[in-house]
Design a protein around this ligand. Sequence first.
Ligand SMILES: O=C(O)CCC(=O)C(=O)O
Ligand SMILES: [Fe+2]
Length: 300
Amino acid sequence: MPTTMQQMISGLSVAEAAFYQEHGWVTTESVLDDSLIDAALAGLEQHWAGHRDRVLPGARKQFGDWMPGDGDGTRNNEYLSLQNKKVSELAWSPIVGAIAASAAGSPGIRLFDDQIVYKPGGQKTAVVGWHVDGDYWGTCSSRNMLTAWIPLHDCPEEMGPLVILDGSHKWSHLVDRSIMSFHSPNMDALKTHVESLGFEFKPVTIKLKKGQFSLHHCRAIHGSYPNQSDRPRIALAVHMQDEANEYCAATRPDGRPVQLYNDVICAKDAAGNPDYCDPSIFPAMWTPAMETMAMKGTSC
Ligand SMILES: O=C(O)CCC(=O)C(=O)O
Ligand SMILES: [Fe+2]
């Protein structure tokens, strides 16, 4: 049986899943084929050349979608897997879903959204600021969602891989949000604040080989430092729903309703609310039926 098939059935070991629950992150072995990753890179190039397998309304106005001419800093392409088939084959791959399911202790995993983060080499200011993914998902009922971070090449420390604050999923709700944002370049202010709250500031650098990926909990604080190499650092972040997640209405501090781009484009349920199971926007990455098929040795 190929390793990936075994991995799909077993997901993480019990010890690895317990590690994820305790620390808020885990890394996998090399489980993704080079061909899948190289195809996703080709898909990204296609996208930047203007190709669309599916056109999403409101691109670039309602969600980030870097295109040539947009400048030399960090590039962010959101919802790329919905727009490009080659990227979807990596982003929605059952092996990612199966491993995420075992980490989250959930029978199924659905996509929530995804993004490519490209940091050019040698740019001292191109960081991803400390943030908590769940802060961007105010309409999600679940506190058990998670993200797969998949570098599209070997990603040593000098390339500015993902950095996760160990155990922070347990206390991130106490941290002052005004010093945290994906787009904030100030990486230093958080340490003093976290320590003043009595927690250990313990950054873990997720150095990975091509084919490996990491998972982080939706409440884990993470970001990344500049890419000091002369090569671009390209990673696909796949944000995932556990089985139980559903839409729940939320309001901003100013009283306006929270509305994600997902909410606009997905199907609505009988009450008119976004249906977070709509397979055209939130495809299943892992289901009990897929597990049964994998156990029988048939392809998912
Ligand atoms: O690629 C990065 O540096 C950040 C990715 C990220 O924020 C995520 O995976 O949730
Ligand atoms: Fe993130």
